[in-house]
Design a protein around this ligand. Structure first.
Ligand SMILES: Nc1ncnc2c1ncn2[C@@H]1O[C@H](COP(=O)(O)OP(=O)(O)OP(=O)(O)O)[C@@H](O)[C@H]1O
Ligand SMILES: [Mg+2]
Length: 277
Protein backbone atom coordinates (compact mmCIF):
# COMPACT_ATOMS: atom_id res chain seq x y z
CA UNK A 1 0.00 0.00 0.00
CA UNK A 2 1.47 3.41 -0.92
CA UNK A 3 1.56 5.95 1.91
CA UNK A 4 -0.36 9.23 1.94
CA UNK A 5 2.67 11.22 0.80
CA UNK A 6 3.22 8.82 -2.14
CA UNK A 7 -0.42 9.24 -3.14
CA UNK A 8 -0.14 13.04 -2.94
CA UNK A 9 3.10 13.06 -4.96
CA UNK A 10 1.53 10.82 -7.60
CA UNK A 11 -1.43 13.20 -7.83
CA UNK A 12 0.91 16.22 -8.04
CA UNK A 13 2.72 14.58 -10.98
CA UNK A 14 -0.58 13.89 -12.77
CA UNK A 15 -1.68 17.53 -12.33
CA UNK A 16 1.67 18.93 -13.52
CA UNK A 17 2.24 16.59 -16.47
CA UNK A 18 -1.35 16.12 -17.63
CA UNK A 19 -0.81 12.34 -17.55
CA UNK A 20 -3.43 9.80 -16.42
CA UNK A 21 -3.20 6.59 -14.41
CA UNK A 22 -3.45 3.86 -17.09
CA UNK A 23 -6.66 1.82 -17.17
CA UNK A 24 -4.86 -1.41 -16.21
CA UNK A 25 -3.50 0.14 -13.02
CA UNK A 26 -6.94 1.29 -11.83
CA UNK A 27 -9.28 -0.48 -9.41
CA UNK A 28 -12.55 -1.72 -10.92
CA UNK A 29 -15.51 0.58 -10.42
CA UNK A 30 -16.63 4.11 -11.17
CA UNK A 31 -14.30 7.10 -11.01
CA UNK A 32 -14.96 9.79 -8.40
CA UNK A 33 -14.37 13.51 -8.89
CA UNK A 34 -13.61 16.23 -6.35
CA UNK A 35 -13.84 19.93 -7.15
CA UNK A 36 -12.06 22.40 -4.84
CA UNK A 37 -13.21 25.96 -5.46
CA UNK A 38 -10.50 27.94 -3.65
CA UNK A 39 -9.76 31.65 -3.54
CA UNK A 40 -6.37 31.19 -5.24
CA UNK A 41 -6.76 27.88 -7.09
CA UNK A 42 -9.49 25.73 -8.62
CA UNK A 43 -8.56 22.03 -8.58
CA UNK A 44 -10.31 18.99 -10.08
CA UNK A 45 -9.23 15.60 -8.74
CA UNK A 46 -10.23 12.23 -10.22
CA UNK A 47 -9.70 9.03 -8.20
CA UNK A 48 -10.57 5.39 -8.85
CA UNK A 49 -12.78 3.17 -6.70
CA UNK A 50 -9.82 2.42 -4.40
CA UNK A 51 -8.96 6.11 -4.00
CA UNK A 52 -5.87 6.10 -6.24
CA UNK A 53 -5.34 9.37 -8.12
CA UNK A 54 -6.25 8.95 -11.79
CA UNK A 55 -6.04 12.49 -13.19
CA UNK A 56 -6.14 16.12 -12.12
CA UNK A 57 -6.32 19.66 -13.41
CA UNK A 58 -5.91 23.11 -11.91
CA UNK A 59 -6.48 26.73 -12.88
CA UNK A 60 -5.94 30.00 -11.10
CA UNK A 61 -9.13 31.09 -9.40
CA UNK A 62 -10.57 34.58 -9.54
CA UNK A 63 -14.25 34.09 -9.02
CA UNK A 64 -14.28 32.69 -5.48
CA UNK A 65 -13.53 34.48 -2.24
CA UNK A 66 -13.39 32.35 0.90
CA UNK A 67 -16.14 30.01 -0.23
CA UNK A 68 -18.31 32.73 -1.74
CA UNK A 69 -18.92 32.87 -5.49
CA UNK A 70 -18.10 36.43 -6.58
CA UNK A 71 -17.78 35.78 -10.33
CA UNK A 72 -20.29 33.14 -11.33
CA UNK A 73 -19.69 33.02 -15.14
CA UNK A 74 -15.90 32.84 -14.82
CA UNK A 75 -16.05 30.09 -12.21
CA UNK A 76 -18.57 27.96 -14.11
CA UNK A 77 -16.55 28.42 -17.31
CA UNK A 78 -13.33 27.32 -15.58
CA UNK A 79 -14.94 24.22 -14.02
CA UNK A 80 -16.55 23.26 -17.34
CA UNK A 81 -13.22 23.67 -19.11
CA UNK A 82 -11.34 21.47 -16.63
CA UNK A 83 -14.13 18.86 -16.70
CA UNK A 84 -13.99 18.72 -20.52
CA UNK A 85 -10.20 18.56 -20.47
CA UNK A 86 -10.16 15.62 -18.05
CA UNK A 87 -12.96 13.81 -19.90
CA UNK A 88 -10.95 14.12 -23.12
CA UNK A 89 -7.81 12.85 -21.41
CA UNK A 90 -9.66 9.88 -19.88
CA UNK A 91 -11.88 9.18 -22.89
CA UNK A 92 -14.98 8.88 -20.72
CA UNK A 93 -17.61 11.15 -19.18
CA UNK A 94 -17.31 12.30 -15.56
CA UNK A 95 -20.95 12.76 -14.56
CA UNK A 96 -20.73 13.24 -10.79
CA UNK A 97 -18.57 15.25 -8.44
CA UNK A 98 -18.31 16.35 -4.84
CA UNK A 99 -17.19 19.74 -3.60
CA UNK A 100 -16.35 21.46 -0.31
CA UNK A 101 -16.99 24.65 1.62
CA UNK A 102 -15.13 26.38 4.43
CA UNK A 103 -16.85 25.46 7.71
CA UNK A 104 -19.34 27.90 9.15
CA UNK A 105 -20.28 29.31 5.76
CA UNK A 106 -23.83 30.62 5.28
CA UNK A 107 -26.19 27.96 3.82
CA UNK A 108 -26.99 30.29 0.89
CA UNK A 109 -23.31 30.47 -0.07
CA UNK A 110 -22.97 26.73 0.27
CA UNK A 111 -25.90 26.29 -2.13
CA UNK A 112 -24.20 28.63 -4.62
CA UNK A 113 -21.05 26.47 -4.52
CA UNK A 114 -23.18 23.39 -5.27
CA UNK A 115 -24.92 25.28 -8.07
CA UNK A 116 -21.55 25.97 -9.75
CA UNK A 117 -21.03 22.22 -10.13
CA UNK A 118 -24.53 21.68 -11.46
CA UNK A 119 -24.13 24.55 -13.92
CA UNK A 120 -20.97 22.83 -15.12
CA UNK A 121 -23.06 19.67 -15.76
CA UNK A 122 -21.97 17.69 -12.74
CA UNK A 123 -24.47 15.75 -10.69
CA UNK A 124 -23.71 16.81 -7.11
CA UNK A 125 -22.44 13.88 -5.01
CA UNK A 126 -21.71 15.73 -1.78
CA UNK A 127 -20.80 19.10 -0.23
CA UNK A 128 -18.34 18.51 2.58
CA UNK A 129 -16.52 20.81 5.04
CA UNK A 130 -12.98 21.49 3.76
CA UNK A 131 -11.17 20.32 6.92
CA UNK A 132 -13.21 17.12 6.91
CA UNK A 133 -12.05 16.49 3.33
CA UNK A 134 -8.43 17.12 4.34
CA UNK A 135 -8.79 14.87 7.40
CA UNK A 136 -10.35 12.14 5.25
CA UNK A 137 -7.32 12.05 2.98
CA UNK A 138 -4.95 12.14 5.96
CA UNK A 139 -6.89 9.31 7.63
CA UNK A 140 -7.43 11.51 10.67
CA UNK A 141 -10.48 11.22 12.92
CA UNK A 142 -9.15 13.14 15.91
CA UNK A 143 -6.75 16.06 15.65
CA UNK A 144 -6.21 19.58 14.42
CA UNK A 145 -6.03 20.62 10.77
CA UNK A 146 -4.74 24.07 9.82
CA UNK A 147 -5.44 25.08 6.22
CA UNK A 148 -3.30 28.02 5.16
CA UNK A 149 -4.85 28.97 1.85
CA UNK A 150 -4.78 32.08 -0.29
CA UNK A 151 -7.16 34.33 1.58
CA UNK A 152 -7.70 32.64 4.91
CA UNK A 153 -6.19 30.40 7.53
CA UNK A 154 -8.71 27.86 8.81
CA UNK A 155 -8.14 26.07 12.09
CA UNK A 156 -10.32 23.03 12.66
CA UNK A 157 -10.37 20.57 15.50
CA UNK A 158 -11.88 17.18 14.79
CA UNK A 159 -13.16 14.56 17.15
CA UNK A 160 -14.54 11.26 15.92
CA UNK A 161 -14.37 12.61 12.35
CA UNK A 162 -16.67 15.55 13.14
CA UNK A 163 -15.64 19.22 13.31
CA UNK A 164 -15.63 20.18 16.98
CA UNK A 165 -14.41 23.72 16.52
CA UNK A 166 -13.55 25.80 13.51
CA UNK A 167 -12.07 29.26 13.20
CA UNK A 168 -11.31 31.17 10.00
CA UNK A 169 -8.85 34.06 10.08
CA UNK A 170 -8.25 36.54 7.27
CA UNK A 171 -4.57 35.78 6.67
CA UNK A 172 -2.96 33.49 4.11
CA UNK A 173 -0.69 33.42 1.08
CA UNK A 174 -2.07 36.70 -0.27
CA UNK A 175 -0.99 38.40 2.96
CA UNK A 176 2.54 37.05 2.41
CA UNK A 177 2.54 38.40 -1.16
CA UNK A 178 1.47 41.84 0.07
CA UNK A 179 4.27 41.93 2.64
CA UNK A 180 6.81 40.82 0.03
CA UNK A 181 5.57 43.40 -2.49
CA UNK A 182 5.87 46.15 0.14
CA UNK A 183 9.35 45.13 1.27
CA UNK A 184 10.77 44.70 -2.24
CA UNK A 185 8.75 47.51 -3.88
CA UNK A 186 7.32 45.05 -6.38
CA UNK A 187 3.93 44.74 -8.07
CA UNK A 188 1.69 42.00 -6.64
CA UNK A 189 2.31 39.87 -9.74
CA UNK A 190 6.08 40.21 -9.41
CA UNK A 191 5.93 39.46 -5.68
CA UNK A 192 3.79 36.35 -6.31
CA UNK A 193 6.36 35.16 -8.89
CA UNK A 194 9.24 35.83 -6.48
CA UNK A 195 7.43 33.83 -3.78
CA UNK A 196 7.41 30.78 -6.07
CA UNK A 197 11.06 31.08 -7.19
CA UNK A 198 13.11 28.36 -5.44
CA UNK A 199 16.32 30.35 -6.03
CA UNK A 200 14.98 33.17 -3.80
CA UNK A 201 13.34 30.96 -1.16
CA UNK A 202 15.69 31.99 1.67
CA UNK A 203 15.23 35.72 1.13
CA UNK A 204 11.47 35.33 0.64
CA UNK A 205 11.00 33.36 3.84
CA UNK A 206 12.99 35.89 5.88
CA UNK A 207 10.65 38.62 4.65
CA UNK A 208 7.35 36.73 5.13
CA UNK A 209 8.43 35.24 8.45
CA UNK A 210 6.46 37.84 10.50
CA UNK A 211 3.29 36.70 8.70
CA UNK A 212 4.06 33.08 9.59
CA UNK A 213 4.71 34.12 13.21
CA UNK A 214 1.34 35.89 13.29
CA UNK A 215 -0.42 32.85 11.77
CA UNK A 216 1.18 30.58 14.35
CA UNK A 217 0.18 32.92 17.19
CA UNK A 218 -3.44 32.83 15.98
CA UNK A 219 -3.39 29.03 15.79
CA UNK A 220 -1.78 28.80 19.24
CA UNK A 221 -4.56 30.90 20.73
CA UNK A 222 -7.29 28.70 19.25
CA UNK A 223 -5.56 25.45 20.21
CA UNK A 224 -4.96 26.63 23.79
CA UNK A 225 -8.53 25.43 24.40
CA UNK A 226 -7.52 21.92 23.27
CA UNK A 227 -4.44 20.97 25.31
CA UNK A 228 -4.82 17.27 24.50
CA UNK A 229 -4.46 17.81 20.73
CA UNK A 230 -0.74 17.11 20.56
CA UNK A 231 -0.39 16.94 16.77
CA UNK A 232 -1.26 19.59 14.23
CA UNK A 233 -1.52 18.89 10.48
CA UNK A 234 -0.84 21.83 8.18
CA UNK A 235 -2.24 21.88 4.64
CA UNK A 236 -2.90 24.52 1.96
CA UNK A 237 -0.54 26.21 -0.49
CA UNK A 238 0.81 28.89 1.81
CA UNK A 239 2.52 26.38 4.13
CA UNK A 240 4.73 25.24 1.21
CA UNK A 241 7.81 27.07 2.57
CA UNK A 242 10.52 24.82 3.94
CA UNK A 243 10.87 26.86 7.14
CA UNK A 244 7.15 26.87 7.88
CA UNK A 245 6.90 23.80 10.14
CA UNK A 246 9.72 24.73 12.56
CA UNK A 247 8.17 28.17 13.11
CA UNK A 248 4.78 26.60 13.87
CA UNK A 249 6.34 24.00 16.19
CA UNK A 250 8.14 26.73 18.11
CA UNK A 251 4.93 28.71 18.68
CA UNK A 252 2.62 25.75 19.29
CA UNK A 253 4.86 23.51 21.36
CA UNK A 254 3.24 20.57 19.55
CA UNK A 255 4.25 18.27 16.74
CA UNK A 256 3.44 19.79 13.35
CA UNK A 257 3.10 17.55 10.30
CA UNK A 258 3.08 18.80 6.72
CA UNK A 259 2.18 16.25 4.06
CA UNK A 260 3.76 16.22 0.61
CA UNK A 261 1.92 18.56 -1.81
CA UNK A 262 0.02 20.44 0.93
CA UNK A 263 -1.95 22.38 -1.68
CA UNK A 264 -3.50 19.17 -3.03
CA UNK A 265 -4.67 17.56 0.24
CA UNK A 266 -8.15 19.10 0.34
CA UNK A 267 -8.90 18.61 -3.40
CA UNK A 268 -7.92 14.93 -3.26
CA UNK A 269 -9.83 14.42 0.01
CA UNK A 270 -12.99 15.86 -1.58
CA UNK A 271 -12.87 13.15 -4.27
CA UNK A 272 -12.86 10.39 -1.64
CA UNK A 273 -16.61 10.48 -1.00
CA UNK A 274 -18.48 7.30 -0.18
CA UNK A 275 -21.26 5.75 -2.22
CA UNK A 276 -19.84 6.14 -5.71
CA UNK A 277 -22.09 4.69 -8.35
N1 LIG B 1 5.44 26.83 -3.48
C1 LIG B 1 4.79 27.81 -2.85
N2 LIG B 1 5.46 28.64 -2.01
C2 LIG B 1 4.81 29.63 -1.37
N3 LIG B 1 3.50 29.87 -1.48
C3 LIG B 1 2.78 29.07 -2.28
C4 LIG B 1 3.38 28.00 -3.00
N4 LIG B 1 2.42 27.37 -3.71
C5 LIG B 1 1.28 28.03 -3.45
N5 LIG B 1 1.48 29.05 -2.59
C6 LIG B 1 0.49 30.01 -2.10
O1 LIG B 1 -0.60 29.30 -1.56
C7 LIG B 1 -1.80 30.07 -1.74
C8 LIG B 1 -2.87 29.19 -2.36
O2 LIG B 1 -3.10 28.08 -1.56
P1 LIG B 1 -4.41 27.18 -1.77
O3 LIG B 1 -4.50 26.72 -3.17
O4 LIG B 1 -4.40 26.18 -0.69
O5 LIG B 1 -5.53 28.29 -1.52
P2 LIG B 1 -7.07 28.25 -1.91
O6 LIG B 1 -7.66 26.96 -1.49
O7 LIG B 1 -7.24 28.63 -3.33
O8 LIG B 1 -7.61 29.47 -1.02
P3 LIG B 1 -8.60 29.47 0.23
O9 LIG B 1 -8.49 28.12 0.88
O10 LIG B 1 -8.07 30.61 1.08
O11 LIG B 1 -9.93 29.75 -0.36
C9 LIG B 1 -1.44 31.26 -2.64
O12 LIG B 1 -1.33 32.43 -1.86
C10 LIG B 1 -0.10 30.85 -3.21
O13 LIG B 1 0.70 31.95 -3.51
MG1 LIG C 1 -8.45 26.03 0.17
Amino acid sequence: MPGIDDTLRAFGDLVRTGAILPQEARAQGPLRVGVDLGTANLVLAVVDAAGQPVAGATQRSGGIRDGIVVDWPATVRAVRQMKAELEARLGQPLPRAATAIPPGIHPGSSKAIGNVLEAADFELAEIIDEPVAAARLLGLRDGAVVDVGGGTTGISVLEGGKVLASVDEATGGTHMTLVLAGAMRLSLEAAEAMKHDPAQAGEVFALVRPVVDKMAAIVAEVLARFPRMDTVHVVGGACSFEGFVPVFEKHLGRKVIKPAEPLLVTPLGIALYEGAR
